[in-house]
Design a binder for this molecule. Structure first.
Ligand code: NDP
Length: 255
């Protein structure tokens, strides 16, 4: 459904080649937005870009200069950024005692410091625009602890803190700042988790996926389109009063 409000406005999505990011691209494109997709691998970016007619830009979001260059490239193609979807993220799992400092640094750099850089570098466009949106993809692990995933949970708690602080500081601006907090979603990230579980247990990959689904209270993996629909909803003008929210999509997991 094309929406006059979104028509021709620029949505930039980090981690836009796969999973939640790719689904968000499809939904925002269907509503009329122009799409820029950032990620490290060109192949998935180009695959998604070919569906949504978007601009694919290879960018490692842990490199602030690369983000700045990529945002400029995206603006050149699609104009000032109206909707910034900070979605790129990585996960890992290990018992806390065996979690390496390297894993901590890598996860904090990707999930939290890069989100700070993206938000700051996108801010001039968002503040200059009318009814702009900054959406962080956090996690239920941003709202409560996660065993065997301390760096991931810490990064997502930090992201919620960043989101809330920005929402308060810019409450009277034209921009809203929100986070979406899904439980386990059926994306390549869960495929990788299932692979990891299978490699260190006697479970098959299928059984490992089932065990992840069982950790969601409704016993199912969340569909990425549900998260994308929430992103699209936040971008609508009717959502202008939703600010500073950590919106769960978790089948009742945190209820
Ligand atoms: P995916 O693995 O499909 O998506 C993650 C995306 O981030 C990939 O496209 C990846 O592309 C990109 N990315 C990772 N590191 C970097 C980097 N350094 N620079 C640029 N891009 C990067 O999984 P999801 O769609 O599930 O993940 C999207 C977000 O949703 C993440 O923030 C994740 O934490 C969050 N989330 C996911 C849940 C789940 O169960 N799947 C649950 C709750 C939250 P590339 O590798 O090419 O760079």
């Amino acid at each position: 459904m094309a929406n006059d409000w979104l028509l021709g406005r620029h949505a930039l999505i980090t981690g836009g080649g796969t999973g939640i990011g790719a689904s968000a691209a499809t939904h925002l494109h269907a509503a009329g937005a122009k799409i820029s997709l950032l990620g490290r691998r060109m192949e998935p970016l180009q695959r998604t870009a070919s569906i949504v007619g978007g601009k694919a830009i290879s960018c490692d979001v842990t490199d602030r200069d690369a983000i700045a260059r990529s945002f400029d490239e995206a603006r050149e193609a699609n104009g000032p950024i109206s909707f910034l979807i900070v979605n790129a993220g990585i996960g890992d799992s290990a018992p806390f005692g065996r979690t390496t400092r390297e894993a901590w640094d890598r996860i904090i750099a990707t999930n939290l410091s890069a989100a700070f850089d993206c938000a700051q570098l996108g801010l001039p466009d968002l503040l200059a625009g009318e009814d702009s949106r900054l959406v962080f993809i956090a996690s239920v692990a941003g709202l409560r602890g996660a065993a065997y995933a301390a760096p991931y949970a810490a990064s997502k708690h930090g992201l919620i803190g960043l989101m809330r602080s920005m929402a308060v500081e810019f409450a009277q601006s034209n921009m809203t700042v929100n986070a979406i907090c899904p439980a386990f979603v059926d994306t390549p990230m869960v495929d990788e988790s299932a692979e990891r579980i299978a490699s260190v247990s006697r479970r098959s990959q299928d059984e490992a996926r089932q065990s992840l689904a069982a950790m969601n209270r409704h016993g199912k993996l969340i569909h990425p389109d549900g998260v994308a629909t929430m992103i699209l909803t936040l971008c609508l003008p009717q959502s202008r009063d939703v600010n500073g929210a950590a919106l769960t999509i978790d089948g009742g997991t945190t209820a």
